[in-house]
Design a protein around this ligand. Sequence first.
Ligand SMILES: [Zn+2]
Length: 116
Amino acid sequence: MKSGLLGPYRLTVDGIGEAVKEKAPGVFALGHEDFQGRFRITHIGRSDDELKSSLRDMIGTSGLFKYITVETSKEAFEKQCELFHMFKPPGNSLHPDRPPGTNWTCPRCMQRHGRW
Ligand SMILES: [Zn+2]
């Protein structure tokens, strides 16, 4: 299955700095390489404002990451939902929540997830 994400890169300050240049919202996948060298996704996350700083917060939780930056936080939310349904990552026990203050529905299951 193709995620459409760039990488993988090392989940370190240097790895993130070299991979992500722009200040933008985005979606990331954390994971590791299996014995055949394939990237295995363990968690799908998103950043509503700045992907780079969200990735920095995840340093230490995983060895590698993939990512894509997008124009708007709505695109980030929809891409995260898509990847969540596609890969069902073990680290995502719950469906992604929409950002506070929005009434967005998931493009895949058409549900409105979140407490807000
Ligand atoms: Zn959904």
